[in-house]
Design a protein around this ligand. Sequence first.
Ligand code: GDP
Length: 296
Amino acid sequence: MFESLSDRLSGIFDGLTRRGALSDKDVGTALREVRRALIEADVALEVVRQFTEAVREKAVGAEVVKSVTPGQMVVKIVHDELVAMLGEEAEPVSLNAPSPVCIMMVGLQGSGKTTTTGKLSLRLREKQNKKVLMASLDVRRPAAQEQLRQLGEQTGVETLPIVEGQSPVQIANRAMQAAKLGGFDVVMLDTAGRTHIDEPLMAEMAEIRDAADPHEILLVADSLTGQDAVNLAESFNKRVGVTGIVLTRIDGDGRGGAALSMRAVTGKPIKLMGTGEKMDALEDFHPKRIADRILG
Ligand code: GDP
């Protein structure tokens, strides 16, 4: 495994016992290690650059207090800046709109959209006592609608009955109508993904958005996405407009750099994280936990 960043930084400053302000040169050496750690954690290069500049500004000239070593001091500045850029606290999914509140889930195929739709629906029902209707708008993969129906059966959350031959927009309209008539509080729309971003996918998402007027558009992304995270988040945000991000597979062994990349390029909060395959494995996002992982 990698030597942790804290150890590496302490190493750099080992020979340095003098106190006082951190010099440009000391900070420069430390920042090279920070850069390396961020790249190893799969943070996108342009975000690494922005981040190290922000840290440089804070660190150069900072007074080293007596109780810590210069290395510890830089680690603390880096850690605090990571937490700040990740958003300090998780922002909850908002239901602050007239019922039925529509939540649209978007993302690439295999990112965990359907699973997260099931998890979030269950959570809204169990923790917030909401009556939730789930609908799959994925008409490309024949098994997709059936997968959501089974999740509904497993969790006891209602799903929109499947009607063959309808377009995603038609299904979205039918879901909103059924929710109004049935007195549902929340409609969860699980959209189709693709293996990569393309224009037909974005056009379909924009069309569904215009029809359903969702209150939340949550981009579901695998935390192992790596360097593609920026492109993914930028594309969905520019074309469809996301209101929040859900990071899945936090239980995997990635270092979580995608979190920083996506948050930095969109400015949109990471609201939730998926911590496993089970239906209860959904948690509020913890910036401190991700900052610790990124630093290693
Ligand atoms: P979709 O194509 O975006 O709808 O993706 P799915 O919801 O079908 O998920 C793809 C696979 O990832 C499934 O096997 C899920 O069980 C798994 N998965 C989803 N979220 C998580 C998570 O947070 N952790 C883990 N370990 N697996 C997940």
